[in-house]
Design a protein around this ligand. Structure first.
Ligand SMILES: Nc1nc2c(c(=O)[nH]1)N[C@H]1C(S)=C(S)[C@@H](COP(=O)(O)O)O[C@H]1N2
Ligand SMILES: [Mo]
Length: 437
């Protein structure tokens, strides 16, 4: 496979053929662009194409995408994803799962949403990977993958991960960013070690209050040393036994798109806290200030603001737990069903650091509600399955609405909640169209 590390290769070749060559095949010597296919360049290209040689390679202009590679630029194929996913952007790669593909208790990797801020990095050789823990610790650590896997107690947990901007498309006026509908969320079975155990091994100093996370994906500008994103979280959240450094997803090695070889999973908080491709955790004596921590990013107004308001950065604060939410994963919106006959409606519910306590369903635009059955969670921070038997009394168009409530009595709103400059925390009820025939 070629080293395709950013947007569709064709696009990259259109925009900057020289850089594309350099990215795919290593270096290109500028004074000799035509006929660059010698030595290392030729070797790299033959390997990439999986052939033994390119007889007329010396005729091939630099900056021309080999036709065989032009076939391999499909971002779904690159990221190992089902085609049913919604592609919001291919540079950076951002894919959403439509609601009806969130019907699994454990979301398969092929269906799990992808949110990248920078490049989709070429997988690092496992032997080259290190995880550094430094800053406000007694003993800084530099862990190899072997040490991470073998020197700490492994845990396997079902944990939901949701992008802070999930539901952004519902806000008006429209904040900038990916226009996620409901599917920037998934619930995988992650295997890894508790970040807590690593921090205890390093020995937290009393001054330790926050973490800052770093990784080996690149900023889209290509600027060396410039992080794509670097968020973190308060020490309490990082010491929660459900916050892990995961190296397996659903029983397989961490997929390339989800952070190979290891990532943080800090469930219940905006997904951006869960650094993929993680290489360093900097323990800090104050709130972290990397890209994604300041200004309007992943921050909410301290006080409610009017839609479209300009909010002073000083009046913004870092987001914490995500709110109670649910999705209807079956049937798919637009389904038809016989009038007068019961059919199953089902989905998932989750609630950040809290837990769903009930889910109710309405077929009359919220005038009346009926309780759904809610399965227990296999562990804290997993989403929970709910099911309801629904009968549509007569022929015609209906909407099925679902509303989850957490253990503190906080329910999902039926309309879009508090507008905020970047469009976070939209937990409005999900609804689907069903026609009775
Ligand atoms: N290194 C790195 N980690 C990252 C990101 C990123 O761009 N780079 N995106 C974050 C955001 S905003 C989200 S919502 C989650 C998404 O995780 P997923 O792509 O595995 O679904 O990863 C987070 N971790
Ligand atoms: Mo995100």
């Amino acid at each position: 496979m070629a080293k395709i590390v950013e947007r569709g290769l064709c696009e990259l070749y259109d925009e900057d053929p020289e850089r594309a060559d350099a990215r795919v095949f290593g270096r290109v010597s500028a004074p000799n662009r035509r006929g660059f296919l010698r030595g290392a360049g030729l070797g790299a290209m033959t390997t990439a194409l999986g052939v033994t040689g390119i007889p007329f390679g010396w005729n091939m202009p630099a900056g021309l995408i080999p036709a065989a590679l032009a076939e391999e630029t499909d971002p779904f194929v690159l990221a190992g994803k089902e085609r049913g996913l919604i592609l919001h952007n291919d540079r950076p790669l951002n894919m959403e799962t439509p609601a009806h593909l969130l019907d699994d208790d454990v979301t398969p990797a092929e269906r799990f949403f992808v949110r990248n801020n920078g490049t989709l990095p070429e997988p690092i050789a496992p032997g080259d990977w290190r995880l550094t823990i430094d800053g406000e610790v007694e003993t800084p650590l530099e862990l190899t993958l072997d040490q991470l896997v073998n020197d700490f107690e492994p845990v396997t947990l079902r944990l939901q991960l949701e992008c802070g901007g999930n539901g952004r498309a519902g806000f008006n006026p429209s904040p900038r960013g990916n226009q996620w509908t409901v599917g920037a969320v998934g619930n995988a079975e992650w295997t890894g070690v508790r970040l807590r155990d690593i921090l205890i091994r390093a020995g937290l100093k009393p001054s330790a209050v926050y973490t800052g996370h770093f990784s080996y994906d690149e900023h889209l500008s290509g600027e060396e040393g410039r992080p794509s994103i670097s968020r973190g979280g308060p020490i309490d959240k990082m010491m929660d036994p459900h916050t892990i450094v995961a190296y397996r997803m659903n029983g397989a090695d961490m997929p390339r798109a989800h952070g190979y070889p290891a990532r943080i999973v800090a469930p219940g908080w905006a997904g951006s806290v869960s650094q993929k491709w993680v290489t360093r955790i900097w323990v800090r004596d104050k709130e972290h200030d990397g890209p994604g921590m300041t200004g309007l990013s992943y921050r909410m107004p301290r006080h409610p603001v009017a839609p479209g308001a300009e909010v002073d950065h000083a009046d913004m604060m870092v987001m914490g737990s995500m709110p109670i939410k649910s999705v209807i994963s079956f049937p798919e919106t637009g389904a038809e069903t016989p009038a007068g006959r019961p059919f199953e409606v089902r989905g998932q519910a989750w609630a950040g650091d809290d837990a769903p306590e009930r889910v109710d369903v309405s077929i009359d635009f919220g005038a009346t509600w009926r309780p759904a059955r809610l399965d227990p969670a296999p562990n804290r921070y997993s989403w929970q399955r709910w099911r309801a038997d629904v009968t549509l009394p007569n022929v015609g168009y209906y909407e099925v609405w679902a509303r989850a409530t957490d253990q503190n009595g906080r329910a999902q709103p039926m309309v879009v909640p508090g507008w905020n400059p970047r469009g976070y925390n939209n937990n409005a009820c999900h609804r689907i169209a069903v026609t009775a025939v």
